[in-house]
Design a binder for this molecule. Structure first.
Ligand code: IYR
Length: 220
């Protein structure tokens, strides 16, 4: 059993202030867009560090914190990732993807070319840890790894937006090559690559809409 301590950090806001905060947060988040064209402008590492610390606060299974973030700045490693990702994507777009899947992607205009993997200042490669090793080298299983890593990634994306940067969730599939390129152990499974930076000048984004509250929620 952990030692239990008073929860002193909790803050209650007056109802009006709560309403305004909830609305302001939504208004700010709805400006977030996924972009696929990045500038190569550098970004202070400290910003990325704080966004990762924010991601690391995510609720998760049994507090195992089953994630690892590899922050790639090295042009050499970025080039390797781009090469391997484009190879996987080529088989995806020409062989593996079903007709339905290609039709679903058509409006986004994506293809096998991923120049952003070399242009953006940071690639954050997110791994989920399916198990850990104790000091005696015993395997200990982690719980709800996908859920935990998904929540941490959501917070990371939000933190990056909040800092004033943009990101792209990129999922070359299969992604196993990332273990090899980044030298990660086999208890870690790649979850996704988050491409982070400033948008390229004059970047365009698809004109799409989010579902209404009525569509995404039911109050009973
Ligand atoms: N991983 C591929 C294909 C792709 C799949 C989905 I679902 C997207 O929303 C976007 C792309 C690629 O990155 O091109």
């Amino acid at each position: 059993m952990h030692k239990f301590i008073p929860y002193q950090e909790y803050k209650e806001y007056p109802s009006n202030e709560m309403k305004k905060r909830a609305q302001d947060f939504y208004e700010d988040l709805r400006r977030r867009r996924t972009v696929r064209e990045f500038s190569d402008r550098p970004i202070p590492r400290e910003i990325i560090e704080n966004c990762l610390l924010a991601a690391g606060t995510a609720p998760n299974g049994a507090n195992r914190q089953p994630w690892h973030f590899v922050v790639v700045e090295s042009p050499d490693i970025k080039r390797k990732i781009r090469g391997a990702a484009e190879e996987e994507e080529k088989t995806f777009y020409t062989k593996r993807a079903t007709e339905d899947w290609l039709n679903a992607l058509e409006p986004l205009g994506t293809d096998q070319n991923k120049p952003f993997l070399e242009i953006a200042p940071y690639l954050i490669v997110i791994f989920g840890e399916s198990f850990e090793r104790t000091e005696e080298n015993q395997k200990v299983k982690n719980y709800y790894v996908t859920e935990s890593v998904g929540i941490a990634t959501g917070i990371l994306i939000t933190a990056i937006h909040n800092a004033g940067l943009v990101s792209l969730t990129h999922t070359p599939s299969p992604m196993k090559f990332l273990n090899q390129v980044l030298g990660r152990p086999n208890n870690e499974r790649p979850f996704l690559i988050l491409v982070v930076g400033y948008p390229a000048e004059n970047t365009e984004v698809p004109s799409i809409e989010k579902k209404s509250l009525e569509k995404i929620a039911t109050f009973i």
